[in-house]
Design a protein around this ligand. Structure first.
Ligand SMILES: [Fe+2]
Length: 260
């Protein structure tokens, strides 16, 4: 049975998150884990919660194969042209069709065709097309064009993420959640053979609250007036999940949470 390992990393937060993956650290982790392909959520990787061309390039240079997005992807206009020009930097597919960029891509990995789909949840989030109907449509139009398939569901509600995992069980290689920045302890292979984790967690400083300085968030909760979210500093880490996939079936044989 031929197997391939795919590493997915949670939301890269700010410069500290980008720098933590750089300098060879992500490439060393690829080697250590035996990961042939890396998917990174980058929607918070620019200063001020966004994806920028500069932060995307840092993540690609560090060793990512595909960058996924979320509700902050379009916050900086400089990213619009970049998304139109870079097929492996994707944004949620259930945005309106005239939004810049694409919501899915097919990337090569040693001859294997890997379909990566990015979706945005609709519970406690902006109103978008149904992620369930959207993923059905993308799988249908790409039928026969890919070998393995991964879905990043960028969503607030654990129920929406787990429900999508079960909805796609047996139809995709793995479903992983992003957005909450806290890694969940439920990495598993669902009964139909789809790898799953509710949230990958984040990449950046673990010293604050979800990558932001603690005092800013305390102000947010106790004073309720607007405040600039300064990035937290210190105690950097990266968290995500490693999926082992049987290339003959395209289904997952092992899913484990990873922090380094
Ligand atoms: Fe987000």
């Amino acid at each position: 049975m031929a197997q391939i390992k795919i590493l997915a990393l949670g939301d890269v937060v700010g410069t500290q998150g980008c720098q933590y993956l750089s300098g060879g650290r992500l490439r060393r982790m690829r080697d250590t884990l035996g990961a042939s392909f890396v998917i990174v959520n980058g929607e918070n990787s620019a200063v001020g919660n966004a994806l920028s061309p500069e932060s995307a390039e840092m993540i690609f240079d560090a060793g990512a194969d595909v960058i996924t997005g979320g509700n902050h992807t379009f916050k900086k206009k400089q990213i619009y042209d970049y998304l139109d020009c870079h097929p492996y930097a994707i944004r949620p597919a259930n945005y309106p069709a005239n939004a810049p960029g694409d919501g899915w891509c097919i990337a090569d990995c040693n001859g294997w065709r890997i379909l990566v789909i990015n979706l945005l949840g609709t519970t406690f989030m902006d109103s978008m097309d149904s992620p369930f109907k959207t993923v059905d449509r993308i799988l249908e139009i790409n039928r026969g064009k890919y070998d393995l398939s991964f879905v990043d569901i960028h969503a607030e509600a654990t129920s929406e993420k787990l429900c999508l995992g079960r909805y796609l069980d047996g139809r995709v290689s793995a479903v992983f959640g992003t957005h909450t920045h806290v890694q969940t302890a439920d990495a598993k292979v669902l009964p139909g053979g789809t790898g799953y984790i509710t949230d990958l967690g984040m990449t950046g400083s673990a010293a604050g609250v979800l990558g932001v300085k603690t005092e800013c968030i305390i102000h947010k909760f106790t004073v309720r007036t607007p405040i600039y979210f300064e990035p937290a500093e210190g105690d950097p880490h990266a968290s995500g999940a490693l999926f082992t996939v049987d290339t003959t079936t395209g289904l997952c044989t092992e899913a484990v949470g990873i922090t380094f």
